[in-house]
Design a protein around this ligand. Structure first.
Ligand code: NAD
Length: 315
């Protein structure tokens, strides 16, 4: 398929790589020329990590990637021959609305438009006549390692369009989850938001340190999840316990204040995470490049092991 990718930032360049590796031909653009320029190099670096880990075959050289990815200066050039548009521009409604108007003016009516928006209801931003062939296909960073893609249409989206994108994602070896209707954050991000609210409460109110939380997550919560997910784990525990836990209200959702004093203090100190060398943790003066590489290598090793072990899923 011929795919036009709008946005070459954190997600756009990585989605271009994912779709190129899936056998598609990519045209990509960004409103910042520097970002567009840099994007192919970032794709080639990520490709190298995948090749070294044996996730893609050796024929996927940097040159081969460059031959299927064209960087384009204008929307018109980007849309040449496009059958699918992957929209991965900044998460601002005005910017998305403006881009959709440009696409509406330039693209053929049969093009499929897939937005990678994290939380926005993009459908009201889209010209009405495009809604039938518009949907959200939402990925997780980095999408060349995280396989999940949330897919959701609007009320007018043609079911055949949803099926085309679902199949395209599945054929790339990824895992599409088609939701019945839109809700901001989809499934995994909503679960993650709930976890984030809870752990920040535990830290802010002095119940636990960041290290305690991660020890509990890594050594308790996480071990079963890759094999069982959450719902199958409940079946193994038994629904009587689930019923009792719900009835006893062991869990009270934290009061949502919209901020965490701990996070605010860390950010004010310039501790914004791995990119600044420190966040909740001190990353020991190691460069972001080195840390991201180590993370990616460990994630790839885990994926290999999990593929071998397999999952337990109910029907
Ligand atoms: N960062 C994540 O983890 C993540 C995960 C899933 C989805 N998303 C979603 O993906 C989208 C992109 O996020 P990101 O993290 O890559 O942001 P980013 O800031 O890294 O990249 C966005 C890019 O869009 C470009 N841009 C802005 N207007 C444009 C236009 N009209 N045409 C072309 N390019 C334009 C910007 O120059 C920028 O390079 C957002 O909708 C975001 O919610 C992000």
């Amino acid at each position: 398929m011929k795919i036009a990718v709008f946005g070459a930032g954190l997600m756009g360049h990585a989605l271009a790589l994912v779709h190129a590796l899936g056998g598609h031909t990519i045209r990509i653009t960004d409103s910042q020329p520097g970002t567009l320029e840099r994007s192919l190099g970032l794709m080639q670096t990520a490709l190298g990590t995948l090749r070294d880990a044996g996730e893609v075959d050796a024929s996927w050289t940097s040159e081969r990637l460059a031959s299927v990815v064209t960087r384009c200066a204008t929307p018109a050039e980007t849309l040449e021959g496009a059958e699918l548009i992957v929209e991965a521009i900044i998460e601002k409604p005005d910017a998305k609305r403006a881009l959709y108007a440009i696409i509406d003016a330039l693209a053929p009516m049969d093009v499929i438009i897939a937005s990678n928006t994290s939380y926005l209801d993009v459908f009201p931003l889209m010209p009405e006549r495009r809604l039938k062939r518009t949907l959200i296909a939402h990925w997780y960073t980095p999408p060349y390692l995280v396989d999940l893609c949330d897919i959701v249409g609007n009320e007018q989206t043609d079911p055949a369009v949803i099926e085309t994108v679902r199949k395209l994602v599945a054929d790339m070896g990824k895992v599409p989850v088609v939701m019945q209707r839109f809700i901001p954050g989809y499934i995994a991000n909503r679960i993650q938001s709930a976890i984030s609210l809870e752990v920040n409460r535990l830290i802010d109110e002095g119940y636990a340190t960041a290290k305690d939380v991660d020890d509990a997550v890594i050594h308790g919560l996480a071990l079963r999840i890759p094999i069982l997910g959450h719902m199958a784990k409940a079946d193994f525990t038994g629904l009587l316990l689930t019923q009792a836990a719900l009835a006893n209200r062991m869990y009270e959702p934290p009061v949502v204040q919209g901020n965490s004093p701990t996070v605010d203090r860390l950010v004010a100190e310039g501790r914004t995470g791995v990119m600044s060398g420190k966040g909740y943790f001190d990353w020991g003066g190691r460069s972001p490049d080195e840390l991201f590489r180590e993370r990616d290598q460990k994630l790839l090793a885990l994926k290999r092991a999990l593929r071998e072990i397999g999952h337990m899923e109910g029907k």
